[in-house]
Write a protein that binds this ligand. Structure first.
Ligand code: CU
Length: 336
């Protein structure tokens, strides 16, 4: 009866796993978007910022995926290495070993084959082994995992670029205190528009969090109403955004790309509709984007526009940022 139950349970669990709505999450848009491409080409010719087209499968979930997403940060490489090279092989070997022992006991010592049971109750050697070996295994796991934990808490270097991530019900705001303090408001695109732009549904946003690749970044998170959590799986990044508390964590993105994530703390009815899209650009392109948003570069003269018209230019620039994009009303919709 026990075995049958176990088999039923395993079969049930396997079915549940297979039916997980991976497809729903990984609705990677493969549709070509000629209109979007034409617009992109035109804007590129004009030298302006154009949202980068995502690479299918990079920085986003994939159909049927049950493994970690490919990692694009050094800490992500290390973390997934611990999983792939240490934890996963180890649990596989231990599970198979225990399964073999169970099968061996069930067959070799069944009543028919072994009518007179042994009265042995102690065996010092075996007891020392089955205590010592697990201790060594746990110590072996503890060393790299505590190391990973410590690395995840390492402070960003002093010259890191600061991006302040504000969690709102139910959208994100990205503030750039090192670049004049402008804020980019980021709302989810609806499904048709995301697919039309060649982006994954439910993950694409109107205005992305744009950052430089290959330089250290200091992410600060805060909740403006309730607790949210800023999480991007392919960057091995998750940090809660708590009201009244500024959390800080280092982020380093190895290469340019678009990396998607989601709010990972239940924050209300539209918790599932406040995705994150991080666009990492080469440093010069990032700086061009900052100037285009009306921001300034640290250590440099104020931008031409700002020096010409003083305060007015900055106010205008900020207003432009927050209302930019074709769907500014999305913010109102979510707030209603
Ligand atoms: Cu949230």
């Amino acid at each position: 009866m026990g075995i049958r139950r176990t088999v039923q349970y395993i079969a049930g669990a396997a079915t549940t796993l297979a039916l997980l709505p991976q497809a729903a999450l990984a609705a990677v848009a493969t549709t070509e978007a000629p209109v979007a491409e034409a617009t992109q080409a035109a804007a590129e010719a004009a030298g302006g910022y154009v949202p980068m087209a995502p690479t299918p499968g990079k920085g986003m979930p994939v159909d049927g995926g049950i493994w970690f997403q490919d990692q694009y940060s050094p800490i992500g490489d290390y973390g997934s290495w611990i999983h792939d090279a240490i934890l996963f092989p180890l649990i596989t070997v231990i599970s198979l070993f225990v399964l073999l022992l169970l099968l061996w006991v069930m067959v070799r010592y069944r009543r028919g084959k072994n009518p007179t049971a042994s009265k042995t109750s102690h065996n010092t050697l075996i007891e020392v082994i089955w205590t010592g070996v697990p201790v060594l295994i746990l110590l072996g796991i503890a060393v790299p995992s505590i190391d990973l934990l410590a690395k995840q808490y390492e402070s960003p270097p002093e010259d890191a670029l600061t991006v302040k991530v504000n969690g709102y019900q139910w959208y994100w705001g990205y503030e750039y205190p090192d670049n004049g303090g402008f804020e980019v408001i980021s709302n989810m695109l609806d499904e048709e528009e995301a697919i039309a732009r060649g982006e994954p549904a439910h993950l694409a946003v109107d205005n992305r969090m744009v950052v430089p690749a290959g330089v250290p970044i200091r992410i600060q998170t805060i909740g403006m109403d309730v607790i949210h959590s800023f999480a991007v799986p392919s960057l091995w990044f998750k940090l809660d955004a708590v009201p009244g508390r500024l959390n800080e964590k280092a982020l380093f993105i190895k290469e340019p790309g678009v990396y998607y994530g989601q709010c990972s703390e239940l924050c209300g009815v539209r918790h599932g509709y406040m995705p994150i899209a991080v666009e990492a650009l080469p440093k010069e392109q990032f700086e061009a984007w900052v100037l285009e948003q009306g921001g300034e570069l640290p250590g440099s003269q104020p931008t031409v526009a700002a020096s010409q018209e003083d305060g007015d230019a900055e106010v205008d620039a900020e207003a432009e940022v927050t209302t930019e994009g074709e769907e500014p009303e999305a913010a109102n919709v979510t707030a209603a």
